[in-house]
Structures are given as structure tokens and as C-alpha cells.
Design a protein around this ligand. Structure first.
Ligand code: SF4
Length: 344
């Protein structure tokens, strides 16, 4: 498989300022280093509650949000320095699927329009007839019957079908990377598995790297190679999905996992259990963001920010309980997991 360009966030931070003179500052993301795509495209689940920084991370990777510190690059070039041609190429190669499939459609256009239009705009189909053929192939690839889909209006499809049209739209332009923001949260439970399987196949069969942003640990575990847990704009834990979910090393991940003691595939394993009351988006200015809720908090936890420590070969946790381990970055853990799965 040909190596595809890598999307890299390097020590990227995003800070929002508000109030007179910008005195109120919110650190939406703090010093995140993450790699997506490249030689071993994996599925990375970014798990977090509302306010954890996951939406900001997605906007950063899509080039919609500039970092206030650090860089975001694609194919070795900073996204901020892209000229019109590079930006256009980036827009094709890095595709997104969002939470609400209905929002993404114009109710007056037939559902093939969002597939045909980008194929023509990116010069990937010489005629509308060819674009329609390519659209039909993309719809079939996500399990839809093109004959029963093309020609319909959005309201004539179910929520699950609309979301699959959106995935087909991303697939049609031959992307390197797909960033999926809660793609199954508004879809019936019975259809979630089908949609997640379409995403999984895009990765395994076509080598498209996937970032799956979710607040649902169950689906993250089902689909991801790497799980990255965000809290207060910081990575709390990152590692192979099996390790993070079954043997968590960070107190926050442990609390999340313990919230459902015996996972039942019929039960959603979500983070919306009232924890939002602790306002994960507004962690203390100093120290560990989880300190106000942590049962293991020590005096230093409110004064110093823990680094990410490599607790195991394929996992790291940002907690002083593991400070004897060497420091690591999420990118190093992603590489270790990809290496193990690729047999390297
Ligand atoms: Fe808890 Fe301290 Fe570890 Fe943060 S660094 S998770 S407060 S023990």
C-alpha cells in the first residue's frame, strides 16, 4: 500500500481568550502531539466528555482552528502556510463526517448531489455521468443499494442511511484521512454496528486513517486500534484499545470504565453520567486537570502538571503515580501500537 501523507499535530495548544483585555483564558488543548495516517494508517478513538477538548482537536486537525502554540502539518508542510493549491489538496485528502447527517444535506437536493459535486469540483470525474457512476460505487461500498438511494431526497432516507451517504461522500474523493465526529451518536443502536463496520473497512481495506471522536467508550473499544482519553484539554491516557479499556492506568480512565462494571453490548457505555457537573472544560489553571475529582490526588497534583509517562510498551498515562516511567508522547504510543499490529 502506498504511504499516504501524515497529518501531525506537534505540541499543539489552543487557548481562547475572553473578557476585557482577554483576561479570561480557556485552555481548550494543551501541548498535544499526535500523528494521523502515514505508512501505518490506524484507527484512533479520541474519547472525552463535553468540554474535554475533543471538538477543538478535530477543528485543529481539519485546519478550521489555528493552534495558539505548536504546529499542525500535513505531508511535512505546515497547514497554516498552505497556498490555494495545497489547501485544495488538503481539503480532498482530509475528509470529515459529522454527528448529524441531516444537517449536512440541503433538503432541496437529491442525496447524490453531495457526492457528485465534490467529484466534479476536485476534477476527479470528467463528466456528471462518470461522477454518478463513482458515487454509485461509493454508496455500494458503504452497504447502500445505489439504485434505491440515488434520486431520493434526504427526508426519504433513514438517519442511518443518511449517515452512510455522508461516509460514501468522504470515500468517493479517495481521502487519506477521515475525521469522524460522533458519527453514530444520532443513529439507532441497531444501525451503529453497520456504520462502524463501514468505517473500519475504509481503514483496513483502503488504508484510510480514521480519527473517531466519541463520548462512547463501547464503540471506541469496538472500532479503534488506539484509544486516547482527553480531559481538560490534556491527554490523560493513550494506548492500545485493549490495554486502556481493560487495564486502565489513569485514575480518570479507571473511573470511566468502572462506571459500567460489567459491560453489556446492549448498554451504551457513555460518559454522560453527571460528570459534566465538574466542568472538565474549566480545569484548574495549575496542576493536573483531574485533581479536583481524583481519589489519589496529592498536594503536588494541584501545583504541577504531570507529563505523559509510558507505563507499558503500548500505553502512557499523565499521572504522578507513574512518574518513574519515561516520558512519552501520544505519537510514540500510536507508533508502538501500529508496529505491533503490523508485525513490525
Ligand atoms: Fe490524580 Fe494526581 Fe494522578 Fe492527577 S496526577 S490523576 S490528581 S494522582
Amino acid at each position: 500500500m502506498t504511504a499516504r501523507p501524515e497529518l501531525v499535530a506537534e505540541a499543539a495548544s489552543v487557548t481562547f481568550s475572553a473578557g476585557f483585555g482577554g483576561r479570561l483564558r480557556t485552555h481548550a488543548l494543551r501541548g498535544l502531539t499526535l500523528r494521523v495516517g502515514g505508512e501505518r494508517p490506524a484507527i484512533t478513538a479520541v474519547v472525552g466528555e463535553s468540554g474535554s477538548g475533543k471538538t477543538t482537536l478535530l477543528r485543529l486537525l481539519l485546519g478550521f482552528q489555528a493552534p495558539t502554540a505548536g504546529t499542525v502539518s500535513f505531508g511535512g508542510r505546515p497547514v497554516a502556510a498552505f497556498g490555494p493549491a495545497e489547501r485544495r489538496d488538503f481539503r480532498r485528502r482530509v475528509q470529515a463526517v459529522f454527528q448529524d447527517p441531516f444537517d449536512a444535506f440541503n433538503p432541496f437536493w437529491r442525496v447524490e448531489h453531495p457526492l457528485v459535486a465534490p467529484l466534479m469540483a476536485f476534477g476527479l470525474a470528467p463528466t456528471r455521468a462518470v461522477a454518478l457512476e463513482q458515487s454509485a460505487a461509493a454508496l455500494a461500498a458503504v452497504g447502500l443499494n445505489p439504485g434505491e438511494t440515488i434520486g431520493k431526497y434526504p427526508h426519504q432516507l433513514s438517519g442511518g442511511q443518511r449517515q452512510r451517504v455522508m461516509i460514501a461522500r468522504a470515500l468517493a474523493v479517495d481521502p487519506s484521512i477521515l475525521l469522524a465526529d460522533e458519527p453514530v451518536s444520532m443513529v439507532d443502536a441497531s444501525l451503529r454496528a453497520t456504520i462502524l463496520e463501514s468505517l473500519w473497512k475504509m481503514n483496513r481495506e483502503r488504508g484510510i486513517a480514521l480519527v473517531y471522536v466519541t463520548h462512547d467508550l463501547t464503540t471506541a473499544y469496538q472500532v479503534a486500534d488506539v484509544v486516547l482519553v482527553l480531559y481538560g484539554g490534556m491527554v490523560m491516557e493513550v494506548g492500545a484499545a485493549e490495554e486502556v479499556i481493560h487495564r486502565p492506568r489513569h485514575p480518570y480512565t479507571s473511573a470511566l470504565v468502572e462506571a459500567v462494571p460489567s459491560p453489556d453490548p446492549q448498554v451504551d457505555w457513555k460518559l454522560g453520567d453527571g460528570r459534566e457537573a465538574a466542568e472538565p472544560g474549566r480545569p484548574p489553571a495549575l496542576g493536573c486537570p483531574f485533581a479536583p475529582r481524583c481519589p489519589h490526588a496529592m498536594p503536588r497534583c494541584t501545583a504541577e502538571r504531570p507529563a505523559l509517562f509510558r507505563t507499558d510498551a503500548m500505553r502512557a498515562a499523565a499521572c504522578f503515580l507513574h512518574e518513574r516511567a519515561a516520558a512519552a508522547t501520544p505519537a510514540a504510543i500510536q507508533a508502538a501500537v501500529a508496529g505491533a499490529e503490523g508485525g513490525g
